[in-house]
Design a protein around this ligand. Structure first.
Ligand code: MEV
Length: 448
């Protein structure tokens, strides 16, 4: 019903920011002044910074803050990093820091970029003779390259650009469906604009060239371009990160031996390799680390998510992105993951916090960032599996969550201190916290 009661509006994007806010608060909120105050509270006091944020997207009314935390002590290929993480979920940064410290004392993380190729496609429909289409492709290929020379020049000067253009026959999947399947090297750029500009030029050259290709009949000359777009599936833009140590060095506690821990840990990973319900949660934990660094460094986390999950399902079943084994008394735990990232272009020069995050990471190249991000994912998964297979996840989780619950219940600083102490020896739940707060406020306090 609410949908029908709201008003539609035309020309909204042309209104000033103040007018947009007026319309929003008066149309949708019972207490419009309270809504306006919240919106305005989150404006940046520096008008320049606010304008920058206003212009990232359309119809900006305010800013939506997420915390930027840091996880220190990451030793990656013998170099120390403090990793910036943007995430709303409590425990993630603490877990990353703990895993980093654990592996710092055991040689750190070893990483390697396996490949950096990105893909773009021109999708088109052609119902004529396939042999003629192949002849046309051979004829037009040099022109596809020469027509994009002005777009590719700078990238090519730095060693990147178009690697190959293939004509792919997809008619088994869909009648008349063909592609130009193009591979690119975009160096330190994520490359979306570069790739899409090249593809749109290819589409134009292809369409125009077909009109005058003499082997084509009049019908065949009408190649129908459907769309030109990069692919976020990047199985050949791959990075590997690994940790290893002697099995007996794998535990810090007397509660479980290194052997028993390795056994349980490998069981947990292998369950995620065969059971999709578990694999999705297992990989979600990995993405807690990956997305947080991808966001902090101004990269496109939706692209990364889509590509990573497609990769996890590449053999026809959704599986774990990490793997573990013991070989000759050595425990190995590793991840191989596709990551198309950039450290130039996009937000990297625009967003002050992205610039800060990249400086914190020693101004990484895209390849270095791939390695750092993969490590954050592996560390996160290590921390999650370590908790899950030993103490269980809720102990640490709820401890971190306690503060959120206390904030939700409106606890003051004194109350937070008292109840944090109390819940060191009591199980945290929403109702337990609000009951304890109630007791504290109503006189007898909490004890035990
Ligand atoms: C929670 O955000 C992530 C975990 O569920 C991951 C996992 O189960 O491996 C703890």
């Amino acid at each position: 019903m609410a949908l029908f009661m709201s008003k539609s509006i035309s020309g909204f994007s042309k209104l000033s920011k103040a007018k947009k806010i007026d319309w929003i608060v008066t149309t949708y909120f019972s207490n419009s002044e309270e809504a306006r105050t919240i919106i305005e509270q989150y404006w940046n006091t520096d008008a320049k910074i606010q304008q920058l944020h206003d212009e990232f997207i359309e119809n900006t009314i305010t800013n939506y803050y997420l915390p930027l935390g840091v996880a220190p002590n990451f030793l990656i290929n013998d170099k120390l990093y403090t990793i910036p993480m943007v995430i709303e979920e409590s425990s993630v940064v603490a877990a990353a820091s703990k895993a980093a410290k654990f592996w710092l004392d055991r040689g750190g993380f070893k990483t390697k970029v396996l490949s950096t190729t990105k893909i773009g496609q021109v999708h088109f429909i052609y119902h004529g003779d396939v042999h003629k289409l192949r002849a046309f492709f051979k004829h037009i290929k040099p022109q596809l390259l020469s027509d994009t020379a002005s777009i590719t020049k700078n990238m090519a000067d730095r060693g990147g650009g178009i690697l190959d253009i293939e004509l792919r026959d997809k008619t088994k999947d869909k009648k008349g469906y063909y592609q130009l399947h193009v591979s690119f090297e975009t160096l330190n750029a994520m490359g979306a604009n570069f790739i899409n500009s090249c593809l749109e030029q290819f589409a134009k050259t292809l369409k125009d060239g077909a009109k005058s290709f003499e082997l084509f009949s009049d019908e065949e000359k009408k190649i129908d371009i459907v769309m030109s777009i990069l692919s976020n599936y990047v199985p050949d833009c791959l990075v590997r990160a690994e940790v290893s140590c002697k099995v007996e060095d794998l535990t810090e506690s007397d509660l479980i031996s290194g052997e028993a821990f390795a056994y349980k840990f490998i069981q947990a990973v292998s369950i995620a390799e065969v059971e999709p319900y578990r694999a999705v949660t297992h990989n979600k934990g990995i993405m807690n680390g990956i997305d947080a660094v991808v966001l902090a460094t101004g990269n496109d986390f939706r692209a990364v998510e889509a590509g990573v999950h497609a990769y996890a399902a590449r053999h026809g079943r959704y599986r774990s992105l990490t793997h573990a084994k013991v070989e000759d008394g050595i425990f190995h735990f590793w991840i191989e993951i596709p990551l198309a990232l950039g450290t130039v272009g996009g937000l990297t020069k625009l967003h002050p916090l992205v610039k800060l995050a990249l400086e914190l990471l020693h101004h990484p190249s895209a390849k270095e960032l791939m390695q750092i991000v993969a490590v954050a994912g592996l560390a996160q998964n290590f921390a999650a599996l370590r908790s899950l297979t030993t103490t269980g996840i809720q102990k640490g989780h709820m401890k971190m969550h306690l503060l959120n619950i206390l904030n939700q219940c409106g606890a003051n600083e004194m109350e937070k201190q008292t109840l944090t102490e109390y819940f060191k020896s009591h199980t945290v739940s929403h109702s337990a916290v609000s009951e304890a707060l109630h007791h504290l406020r109503s006189g007898p306090g909490v004890s035990g």
